[in-house]
Write a protein that binds this ligand. Structure first.
Ligand code: FES
Length: 102
C-alpha cells in the first residue's frame, strides 16, 4: 500500500481531457472520462512518448509519437508498436481534490 497524494483539482480536468502530473518522480497522465478519473503512467512503453499529449477516443488514448493505443482505465496496451502496458495507479476523489496512490 502506498500513500495517497493530492495531485489536482477536479475542476482542472474537464471531461474528455487529460492533465500531466508528476508524483514523487512518477510521470502520470490523469484522465477524465465522462466524470470518472483515471491515472496511468504517462510514458509510452515504445519510445517514451507522452500519453498526456495523446488523442482520446472513448476509453482509449493514442500515443502522439507512433500511434500505440492504451486502455485508459487499466493502462493495458491495445495496439502496436508499444510492447506492453503502462502502470495503472489507484485514484480517489476527496471533495474537489484528486488523489493518486504512489
Ligand atoms: S513512443 Fe509511443 S508509439 Fe512510439
Amino acid at each position: 500500500m502506498g500513500e495517497y497524494v493530492k495531485v489536482a483539482k477536479t475542476s482542472e480536468i474537464a471531461p474528455g481531457t487529460v492533465k500531466y502530473v508528476e508524483v514523487q518522480s512518477n510521470p502520470i497522465a490523469l484522465f477524465n472520462l465522462n466524470g470518472n478519473f483515471y491515472a496511468i503512467g504517462n510514458t509510452c512503453t515504445h519510445r517514451g512518448g507522452p500519453l498526456a499529449e495523446g488523442l482520446i477516443a472513448g476509453d482509449e488514448v493514442t500515443c502522439p509519437w507512433h500511434g500505440a493505443r492504451y486502455k485508459i482505465p487499466t493502462g493495458e496496451v491495445l495496439g502496436p508498436p508499444a510492447p506492453m502496458g503502462v502502470p495503472q495507479y489507484n485514484l480517489r476523489v476527496q471533495g474537489d481534490d484528486i488523489e493518486v496512490e504512489v
